[in-house]
Design a protein around this ligand. Structure first.
Ligand SMILES: [Fe+2]
Length: 307
């Protein structure tokens, strides 16, 4: 229920027209005028939120922590801001990825409204990716699972904020090109014919093209992961048969995670393999299909019980 008294406005979550919720991050636009944008953000424990420079934009960005803490990496130093702390980015110079420690809330004030343009556009693409996971016979949360595990691997490998941000979007959107693959191929319960398989393979190129067309720098960067997530370390993958270091390191991460998830998930045409058997397969392909360092990081996460 909305109420308005003496200029105090109380609107419960879900009551805002401009409220976006995806991947454990809820953003609501409290007010906006002449470009000034005031947003409330709420992140579940461990969820991430990012800011980055946009060409031609040099506004002020201000964050004030209301609850919990945010951690991020600046060069190689880990920084933490907690309740009552504030951050000023004037303007933001590099991609920064924040992670919530405990349930975290903060006010985000920007001197130039980005809410409608970038956030909405990115959300549109994320929604599109989620429609793919349903069409593709996966249970819900496939995209989120791939993203969460990819980010864990990236964290273990000590990736930069910029790389983590690219991985965040690239992993979530890896199969977005399947929106262009006909349903009769996506939903076919049996084996695909050679022609159908060739069409299916094109989802890598379709996805990369979609992201490049957005004009959003981070999605343009992430298009490489999307294009290469089926490339394999020994050159037996697709679409280009790239080998070893010619494959984007971030795409190697998504390749391992996506393969593991495909093996263990229940799909329209398969029951899903037991965890142990899938792990054996990943180990067996270390240095063959999969990048050895990525496999090591993945197994490290598994040993910690975080799969
Ligand atoms: Fe794929």
């Amino acid at each position: 229920m909305n109420s308005k008294n003496n200029n105090i406005i109380h609107i419960p979550y879900g009551g805002y027209k401009n409220e976006t919720s995806i991947n454990g991050v809820t953003i609501r636009q409290l007010t906006e005028k002449k470009g000034l944008d005031i947003l409330h953000h709420r992140l579940g424990d461990g969820n991430r939120w990012a800011v980055g420079p946009i060409a031609g934009w040099d506004g002020l960005e201000f964050v004030y922590i209301l609850k919990g803490s945010l951690s991020w990496k600046e060069k190689d130093t880990l920084k933490i801001a907690s309740i009552g702390d504030h951050l000023i980015m004037d303007p933001i110079l590099e991609d920064t990825l924040f992670k919530a420690i405990g349930e975290t809330e903060f006010l985000y004030i920007s001197s130039d409204s980005m809410y409608d343009s970038v956030d909405e556009q990115v959300k549109e693409y994320m929604d599109l990716a989620v429609t793919v996971e349903e069409k593709d016979g996966y249970t819900a949360d496939h995209c989120s699972r791939i993203k969460d595990l990819s980010m864990k691997v990236g964290e273990v490998m000590g990736l930069s904020s910029e790389a983590m941000l690219e991985l965040n979007f690239g992993s979530f959107l890896h199969d977005i090109g399947k929106t262009k693959v006909p349903d009769r191929i996506l939903n076919k319960p049996g084996k695909l014919s050679i022609e159908e398989y060739e069409e299916m393979k094109l989802h890598t190129i379709y996805g990369a093209t979609l992201l490049k067309k957005t004009g959003i720098p981070i999605l343009e960067k992430a298009s490489t992961i999307v294009e290469q997530h089926h490339e394999r370390y020994n050159g037996t993958g697709y679409p280009k048969g790239l080998k070893g270091d010619d494959i984007s390191f971030l795409a190697n991460i998504v390749a391992v995670i996506d393969s593991f998830d495909a093996m263990t998930s229940v799909r329209v045409y398969s029951q899903g393999r037991p965890l142990e058997s899938a792990l054996e397969e990943i180990k067996k392909e270390r240095g063959r299909l999969f990048h050895p360092e990525v496999v090591d990081a993945f197994l490290f996460i598994q040993k910690k019980g975080e799969l």
